[in-house]
Ligand binder design. Structure first.
Ligand code: HEM
Length: 473
């Protein structure tokens, strides 16, 4: 079969096509073009054709019904340098084997067992926030919640008391991600073996991360470190032939979890606080629920599941601001869709951000409304309008872990503090590997019993409607 029918897309006079718009603001570019073309659309980026799939039938074909005809796309190739071939970046037989070994380690029961660990991490976060409450100063909430997410993922994965190493690990993962972003954006991505100054720094970062992870694995093998964490479960896992993961594979997977579970979950928590602060009626109801269910204490395995409205607010925040804003695939063979064909090697992008906001799929898409996630509303919704954790066989293994973690962190923050958003209408999306918010500047006060109100966000600025969601009182 030859690719004869092309997916429709805008014609560009300039030789770069949509490249500069893509570099400047991919969210707006994707959203506007999907709207203009009523769904899936082709965009030329210099000489490369990018196929943004939006129609649920197109996405299902790539992610489920013909999944073996596609491999993880270009964005994963740069990540390979940082993580190696772990579950997130691999495909084919290696992915099948790793998925079967790893999936059970993320089961609901294990996640529930980790709630006390999450509470301990949230207590450390509250202690940091309390210092700002004492002074009344304005501060950026994003690094604080990112620190919480890094704390949880390090301890949930590696168990060991890695407190002393945490700042170093966090910084190295962040710098490693920066290298990946630059490598991805480069017109000629050089492998780390080419001795440029940036590559030399990257190789040092990698060496340090490998050392930390290898030490923790070694300590687990000799039984020195806490058991019951994810790494212990991975060490015990056996495939159908009775084989365990080798040392290198374990390292790839541990690094994968540190990366995949950090900024995504921290971003989800930061965006939820941001949206709640902009929608004070919803916030009041969430605070009432938290007070009613937790009575001023910390959640436990049972009560965290009762935070129903809180959970819906998190779902709705991940609709408007999906941390995994887009992911890519490459076709391994030609494929045929209803109105177009793809040749071998076609670049495909699927963007939860676009599908989560498309007016064709959602009424008043920019309004924050947790009622979109009542059980009835979820049942009535067509597939692939909402998929913050992906879809099909590659569905995120960390979904329950991160949703539970965000509930724990959010409920404990709201239980203890009133939060006032200072730059309410100026926060912007940062669509890098994950979509994190720009500075979320807040002032916090220790709560008086029964209070849960927040001040309205500061003065409005005109902004791109794609980025700025509605504010309600
Ligand atoms: C709010 C938090 C998170 C979001 C929004 C998120 C989102 C996603 C998405 C969209 C995918 C599918 C990517 C694709 O199909 O190309 C994915 C896959 C994956 N996620 Fe997450 N993730 C989150 C948290 C986590 C956590 C906490 C972990 C582990 C500690 C994790 C580990 C993974 C792995 C290993 C995969 C690859 C799965 C596979 O290909 O079989 N994620 N995630």
């Amino acid at each position: 079969m030859t690719a004869t029918r092309r997916l429709a897309g805008p014609a560009f006079r300039n030789p770069l096509g949509a490249y500069l718009d893509y570099r400047r603001d991919p969210l707006t570019l994707f959203y506007e073009q999907a709207n203009a073309f009523g769904g899936s659309v082709r965009l030329r980026l210099v000489y490369e054709q990018l196929h943004l799939l939006v129609d649920p039938a197109h996405i299902r074909q790539v992610m489920v019904t013909n999944v073996d005809a596609y491999t993880k796309g270009i964005s994963y190739r740069s990540l390979d340098h940082l993580l190696g071939p772990g579950l997130l970046t691999s495909d084919g037989p290696l992915w099948h084997r790793q998925r079967a070994l790893i999936k059970p380690a993320f089961g609901r029961k294990h996640v529930t067992d980790e709630v006390p660990l999450m509470v301990a991490c949230a207590d450390r976060m509250l202690a940091k926030v309390a210092t700002h409450a004492d002074t009344g100063e304005v501060f950026d909430l994003v690094p604080v919640v990112m620190g919480f997410a890094a704390d949880v993922v390090c301890r949930a994965v590696m168990g060991a008391d890695v407190a002393g190493l945490m700042p170093r690990i966090e910084e190295d993962v962040r710098d490693g991600v920066d290298w990946v972003m630059r490598n991805m954006a480069s017109p000629v991505p050089l492998p780390p073996s080419v001795p440029t100054p940036a590559n030399r720094r990257f190789r040092k970062i990698l060496a340090r991360l490998h050392q930390v992870v290898d030490d923790v694995i070694a300590a687990h093998r000799t039984g020195e470190d806490a058991q019951g964490d994810l790494l212990s479960r991975l060490l015990a896992a056996r495939d159908d032939d009775g084989h365990a993961m080798d040392e290198q594979q374990l390292r790839h997977e541990v690094l994968t979890f540190l990366l995949a579970g950090h900024e995504t979950t921290g971003g989800a928590l930061a965006w939820t606080i941001y949206e709640l602060c902009r929608n004070s009626a919803v916030l009041r109801d969430v605070v009432d629920e938290v007070d009613g269910r937790l009575g001023g204490g910390a959640p436990d395995a049972a009560s965290v599941g009762l935070l129903e409205l809180t959970g819906r607010a998190i779902d709705e925040s991940m609709r408007l601001h999906p941390p995994a804003w887009a992911f890519s695939r490459t076709s391994l063979a030609p494929d045929s869709f209803d109105s177009f064909d793809l040749g071998k090697g076609a670049l495909i992008v699927i963007s939860p951000f676009v599908n989560h906001r498309l007016p064709a799929f959602w009424s008043a898409p920019l309004r924050f409304d947790p009622d979109r996630f009542t059980p009835d509303a979820v049942r009535a919704r067509p597939a692939l309008h909402y998929f913050p954790f992906g879809w099909g066989p590659h569905l995120c293994v960390g979904q329950h872990l991160s949703l539970t973690e965000v509930r724990v962190g959010l409920s404990m923050l709201l239980s203890r503090f009133d939060i006032e958003l200072v730059n309410g209408l100026r926060v912007r999306e940062h669509p890098e590997i994950s979509n994190t918010p720009g500075p979320v500047l807040v002032r916090v006060r220790n709560r008086r019993a029964g209070s849960g109100t927040v001040a309205a966000p500061a003065a409005s600025v005109a902004g791109c409607p794609v980025v700025h969601t509605e504010v309600t009182r």
